[in-house]
Design a protein around this ligand. Sequence first.
Ligand SMILES: NC(=O)C1=CN([C@@H]2O[C@H](COP(=O)(O)OP(=O)(O)OC[C@H]3O[C@@H](n4cnc5c(N)ncnc54)[C@H](O)[C@@H]3O)[C@@H](O)[C@H]2O)[C@@H](O)CC1
Ligand SMILES: [K+]
Length: 495
Amino acid sequence: MSILQGQYTHNLPQIAYCAQEVKLHEEQAALNSGTTLRELMQRAGLALFELIRNKAVKNILIFTGKGNNAGDGFVLAKRCLQAEINVTVCALFEPTLLKGDAAEAYQLFCRSGGKVVALRSCAEKSYDTVVDAVFGTGFRGELPCHVKEAFAHFNTSKAWKLAVDIPSGINGTTAEVAEGTFHADTTLTFIALKQGMLTGGAPSYSGEVLLADLGIADAFGDLSHTNCCYPGGKYLRSLRPHRAPDSYKNKCGHVLLIGGGKGMAGAIRLAAEACLRTGAGLVSVATHPENQQAVLQGRYELMVHGISVVAELEALLAKVDVVVIGPGLGQDAWARKLFNAAKKFEGPVVCDADGINLLAQSHLPWLRAILTPHLGEAKRLLDDSSIDTAKRFELAEMLSKQYAACIVLKGPGSLIVDGKRTNINRSGSEAMASAGMGDVLSGIIAGLLAQGLNRFEAATLGVYIHGLAAEQAARDGQLGLLASDLFVHIRGIMG
Ligand SMILES: NC(=O)C1=CN([C@@H]2O[C@H](COP(=O)(O)OP(=O)(O)OC[C@H]3O[C@@H](n4cnc5c(N)ncnc54)[C@H](O)[C@@H]3O)[C@@H](O)[C@H]2O)[C@@H](O)CC1
Ligand SMILES: [K+]
């Protein structure tokens, strides 16, 4: 449903678009809604004004550029003047470069008594609010040096930093983040969510994202196309498997986790316990014979098998519904034999860590697999160390295509890509920096597969549960957070 013009919302939609798609359809969407681009700019400026008024802003600096993003800034500036808010506009590009509606917004600002100033004179003063109206959806490539300098001066200041539509420096389509990008506390985005703001390095520059659809959401939705979703917690929780009262362990799936080479018992144990906590009925572990006791210790629900010869693993593979391969596996001859046996398994598989490294050496597709690479593993899978990992959507799509797999590209706003479908994870900190976090994620996803979710749903819900559990566990601070701290929270989230 479309919100009223001028208003903004904290309730973000579950769908995101590339910036180009927004640019392509905004004019027609405006026409179909009985309005014009000129009016949309007025509405954008009004939504910005409402936001700063709600924050009781008194002393505001607005940086402007040379496109329509600057036009929004000038509409805001004029409203601030009229409301007798102390407003300074610093034009980082000559206003003579402005065209059309933006040029008109600038002229109206000037006619209301507004003036633009040079960076030198505004850098000496302090402001409670700094607004970035330099670049919006038209931004490509790198920031010009003088823009970087202007942002650097204020990026560390205590002022509240508000980005208009998208922080200048972020590519709203690819998620690339240019050096010196505006570091917003809040971004008020217009018409629709831009996918590039939501993943990788971008979220920490976007801050809290608000949306003003400028009254054309319905018309825009009718015209536009996207494969990209930004699923909310309510929907994700609805995907959780249902446990019938007469259920028992044999009805809730049997997972076999393969990993833990000599001296590496921890990773496979973390993955296996996460799998149990997610609700898998039976959880078996195939590990190096030396690790058998260590993996079983204190978690007696696990069925732990020491594997010396491949035939022992093949016998286990014949009995299970889901396989995880990789945590702590290593890459020696023992690991390779186990990996090759696991590749013949015909059910769903989660392939992580050394499983990914071994797969990267073969380059062969793996139907039915979920691969959970971080950026380094993604490069190895594509066998291209020069690949641009900042283009996260492109990277994940390439991987999904080459391996015929579902890809979970880890990192903030993890991407889950399966063929043409993309989901962006919106749970908060994923705390992937702590040891063992990736192992816990693979165990959660396998636990969900075992209970009947398809691979795209299991990967999406798994990443969400993992992120939320990490967020809850880290509430008192990230340092010292252990992967095993997630277990009790996983249990709570699974309900
Ligand atoms: N009337 C409209 O079309 C509306 C536009 N809106 C605003 O307009 C914005 C999009 O406007 P534009 O398409 O004019 O784009 P921008 O305002 O992002 O500016 C594009 C300009 O910046 C230049 N540029 C891009 N990358 C650069 C770089 N790396 N270094 C130097 N210059 C660079 C481009 O050549 C172009 O001149 C949206 O983000 C939104 O804020 C909203 O006001 C809603 C209505
Ligand atoms: K901006």
